[in-house]
Design a protein around this ligand. Structure first.
Ligand SMILES: [Zn+2]
Length: 545
């Protein structure tokens, strides 16, 4: 080849044309439908085994374990010939402030007729350190039902109650006539904070809906003294002005309603069926004293690029994302203190790595560029993805889609695919097509109470106007698979037993990867970028890019 440079003009042209013709024959030009690599689940599980190994110490944000896992991911990306696309090689550093409650210097009491009644931390209630808790709070309590204000539905739980200077008591959930997307959006922390500030509440107490608790209180209380995090950049500070956040054990919630003319049992019964809830003042006030331990923490997102092959489209990006962080080392359960996070979310990170590797091996080139993104601090409130989606390392306007994978749970055969965001954008059609090709049915979110659409990183992109999808291995209501999934949630979710010694269905994982890769290729090769459906609630963010 070096010979080209010594040849004359015309000759050179002819020669290069021949080379060009020859090269273009080598480039795979089969249509995306045929060229997608196939997966057997085994290579995926091999990645999971590395990422969820005890040596990674549960990959907590800012920990040496997550740094080790990140270094491993970067090595794999290099091996797959992907280009660095962070702002420090493959990395996009992110700064955080971590907050941890020091319970020895904190207390909580309910006051009835001026008489304090001590609240046992961990048993009855715990502080939520996602909020920068004020050192002291003393305020009246008001029950505000679901605590939702949804202008689209002309729905406002705050309309008939005075919350100014008080602490709002909120029952988690939403009324049944509200779509899951709408209900999820207004329950997100930034919307919650905005509303509380607007009505002048100085704090809030959340009572989890017993009908929709993924994690039993016995395990929630173990996590209460772990550090919470917030992005250090003040532009991301949602909770400014809110000084108290407490989560109340539903088993002890009756005490909050004493003397109010209502009982918690009645509220829980209505909430279970997603019926309208009353709002009313409570007869108690709350007194809180808090001591926080704050620290600066640094971590990083990882970004790699597989450049697109089409000169016109290569400047646009399809993001394939997963969070790499998990909970780290915590309170031991059955003698195990490493929260390995095999399904949550070594499984999603492994899928992204596996797709990158197989695309590389099969030589598939999509027209648009693919961006492989591993985010940090998902477990701290989608913080890494929020940072990336607002300050991406490629031009924001050129990100056309996010396909996110978080805890897709291949623990039984894949017959139904649950697609979050199925009816929100044209990506839903891509998902339907890819699923059909692989002989799998699709369904929209069957469990709106769990708010899954806003509980992972796709939501950070949605809020920036980017059409996004997330998927899981699904199940039909009342099926044995549903029972298996529920058992998994109660026993392993956010517990040390979510490790590599659990049963897994490799065939289901492989088929899931087939579908995920098909969608990515389809979207990256499509004549037009995806768009929000005209009736989608999330279309409102489309201007945010
Ligand atoms: Zn998680």
């Amino acid at each position: 080849m070096t010979a080209i440079c010594i040849r004359g003009g015309a000759d050179l042209l002819k020669y290069s044309a021949t080379i060009f013709l020859f090269l273009s024959l080598l480039v795979p030009r089969v249509s995306s439908a045929q060229s997608a690599p196939t997966f057997d689940g085994k290579s995926w599980w091999d990645y999971v085994k590395v990422l969820a190994d005890d040596n990674m110490e549960g990959r907590e944000t800012g920990s040496p374990g997550l740094a080790r896992a990140s270094a491993y991911v970067v090595d794999q990306l290099k091996k797959d010939g992907l280009q660095p696309a962070g702002n420090k090689g493959y990395y996009q550093p992110v700064k955080f402030i971590s907050r941890q409650i020091d319970e020895s210097g904190s207390s909580l009491a309910l006051l009835r007729d001026g008489k304090p009644q001590k609240v046992t931390l961990g048993e009855e209630a715990s502080f939520n350190t996602r909020v920068d808790l004020a050192p002291e709070t003393d305020a009246q309590l008001v029950f505000v039902g679901y605590g939702l204000h949804v202008p689209e539905k002309n729905y406002n739980d705050y309309a008939g109650v005075n919350v100014k200077g008080k602490v709002a008591v909120i029952f988690s959930g939403s009324p049944s006539d509200m779509s899951s997307a709408l209900a999820s959006h207004y329950q997100s922390s930034s919307e919650r904070a905005k509303e509380l500030r607007a009505v002048g509440a100085i704090g809030f107490i959340t009572i989890p809906n017993p009908a929709a608790m993924d994690i039993p209180w016995s395990r929630m209380k173990l996590a209460r003294t772990r550090p919470s995090m917030e992005l250090a950049d003040p532009m991301f500070n949602d909770w400014k002005g809110v000084g108290l956040a407490v989560t109340w054990n539903p088993e002890f919630a009756e005490e909050l309603f004493d003397g109010s003319g209502h009982t918690f049992a009645e509220i829980a019964e209505l909430g279970k069926e997603r019926k309208p809830l009353p709002t009313f003042p409570l007869t108690l006030s709350i007194q809180a004293k808090t001591r926080l331990i704050t620290k600066k923490v640094e971590s990083a997102n990882i970004v790699a690029k597989l450049p697109g092959s089409d000169t016109q489209f290569a400047g646009q990006y399809v993001v394939i994302s997963a969070h790499l962080d998990h909970l780290g080392i915590g309170e031991p359960i059955n003698g195990d203190k490493i929260y390995n996070g095999a399904m949550d979310n070594a499984s999603g990170s492994a899928l992204v790595l596996d797709i990158a590797d197989k695309l590389h091996a099969s030589g598939v080139k999509t027209k648009r560029s693919l961006l492989f993104l591993f985010v940090t601090a998902e477990e701290k409130g989608l913080l890494g993805s929020r940072y990336f989606a607002s300050k991406p390392t490629v031009p924001k306007k050129d990100i056309i889609a996010d396909l996110n994978t978080d805890m897709f749970l291949p623990i039984f055969p894949l017959k139904i695919l649950t697609v979050y965001g199925l009816d929100e954008s044209t990506l839903g059609e891509d998902a339907r097509e890819a699923a059909k090709k692989n002989g799998v049915e699709v369904q929209a979110d069957p469990e709106p109470l769990r708010n899954i659409f806003i509980r992972s990183d796709q939501y950070s992109f949605i809020k920036q106007g980017v059409p996004s999808l997330a998927m899981k291995v699904g199940y039909a209501k009342g099926s044995p698979e549903e029972a298996t999934a529920m058992k998994w949630l109660h026993e392993r979710y956010h517990a040390p037993s979510d490790d590599v010694n659990q049963p897994v269905d490799l065939e289901a994982a492989g088929k899931f990867e087939d579908i995920a890769a098909d969608i990515a290729i389809e979207v990256a090769d499509a004549p037009a970028p995806p768009s929000w459906n005209s009736d989608s609630f999330f279309q409102r963010f489309a201007g945010g890019k």
